[in-house]
Design a protein around this ligand. Structure first.
Ligand code: FAD
Length: 325
């Protein structure tokens, strides 16, 4: 029996987020012959994201556009998701494991009386059965889960499943505009003030250069920013650095901060507390720079440099500049 897979494609400032294409890639892994892949785009300005999605070979793109959807609020966005669910009657709904996806997924699972598996980093389909791998205990262990009932809601951790590419035969998705149901909202978000440097989204950056208490001051982040700018990466931080006032909490990575899984994570002057590892240990390659050879960060690092970050980071920048500029 063919199934309908609905993807919630997240957008920010009118642009498709990378995680939307990773979620689409996850849907393709799950889809069997005859299954239908459909995408939901909701927001107040979605024409650019809709055009960007057309080549990706979905069967249907549902669009819901309304001023209420300018800033995220659970009431408004859940009303949009509900409307798409009524239209699509999906068997499977996929979200990115982002702040928004983590909010909408359990509401959706409850609405569908579906099971939910969250924070999935890989999917395997063998003999028609899908199993989902997710990290546990701050990345110290992994578990494989399978659904036992019909009705699946899944969230996909960003930067783990390679983003979908447009297929050779892109097909011609039907674009279906769904009317926003205009629920009465219990609260509205008037304005969102971003506190990040705004250059590259930390959660989606392919390269993250993070500073800890070892950077010693706000000015101590400058060499890290220079390296990040050169490599097209983003700057992150440990809570130690945030608590010390060296940087904004928007940069905090870890259990109570952001979870990042870049291709390269460079930890500078970070000891490697378990709460920090919870936010970065799934990075593809971890490089640690620390003057203490016993620092726990070296246990998770693929490459370690024992030394003073104020000497090593500028040297790295200089060497990369020779190659890249
Ligand atoms: P430190 O542990 O002080 O380490 C600084 C390191 O810098 C040392 O290893 C030192 O050798 C090195 N260093 C010093 N100078 C230099 C130099 N010149 N060159 C090279 N290396 C140098 N932490 C997080 O990061 N994220 C979280 O989300 C988080 N959540 C938490 C939640 C809870 C409930 C609790 C209790 C704690 C949480 N923490 C979190 C805090 C965590 O336990 C650590 O205290 C914190 O990660 C330490 O930050 P740090 O490694 O920057 O500082």
């Amino acid at each position: 029996m063919s199934r309908t897979i609905l993807i919630y494609a997240e957008i920010r400032d009118g642009k498709l987020r990378q995680v939307a294409l990773e979620t689409l890639a996850a849907a393709r892994i799950l889809a069997a012959d005859g299954d239908s892949i459909r995408i939901l785009l909701a927001g107040s300005n979605i024409s650019e994201a809709t055009s960007a999605l057309i080549p990706y070979g979905a069967d249907t793109i549902y669009t819901i556009e309304h001023d209420d959807l300018e800033n995220y609020s659970p009431d408004a966005y859940m009303a949009a998701v509900h409307a798409a669910i009524r239209e699509a009657q999906p068997d499977i709904v996929l979200f990115g494991h982002t702040a928004i996806g983590r909010d909408l997924a359990p509401l959706t699972a409850a609405a569908l009386s579906a099971g939910q598996i969250s924070d999935v980093i890989s999917i395997e389909v063998k003999d028609g059965e899908a199993s989902f791998t997710r990290p546990l205990y701050a990345g110290k262990a992994f578990e494989k889960r399978v659904f036992q009932s019909e009705g699946w809601v899944i969230t996909i951790r960003p930067n783990n499943i390679p983003a979908a590419e447009p297929p050779a035969d892109t097909g011609n998705p039907s674009i279906v505009n769904i009317a926003y149901p205009s629920p009465s909202l219990r609260s509205i978000v008037k304005n969102v003030v971003r506190k990040t440097s705004g250059k590259i989204d930390l959660a989606e950056a392919k390269i993250v250069i993070s500073g800890g208490r070892g950077v010693k001051s706000e000015a101590g982040f400058k060499p890290l920013e220079e390296l990040a700018d050169l490599l097209g990466g983003a700057v992150g931080a440990s809570r130690g650095a945030c608590d010390a006032g060296y940087c904004d909490y928007a940069l905090q990575i870890g259990q109570t901060g952001k979870v990042v899984t870049p291709e390269i994570y460079i930890a500078c002057g970070i000891s490697g507390a378990i709460q920090h590892l919870a936010g970065m240990s799934q990075s593809r390659v971890i490089i640690a720079i620390n003057k203490d050879p016993e620092a726990p960060i070296f246990k998770v690092a693929d490459y370690g440099i024992v030394g003073d970050l104020f000497e090593i980071v500028p040297l790295l920048t200089e060497e990369f500049r020779k190659i890249l500029v």
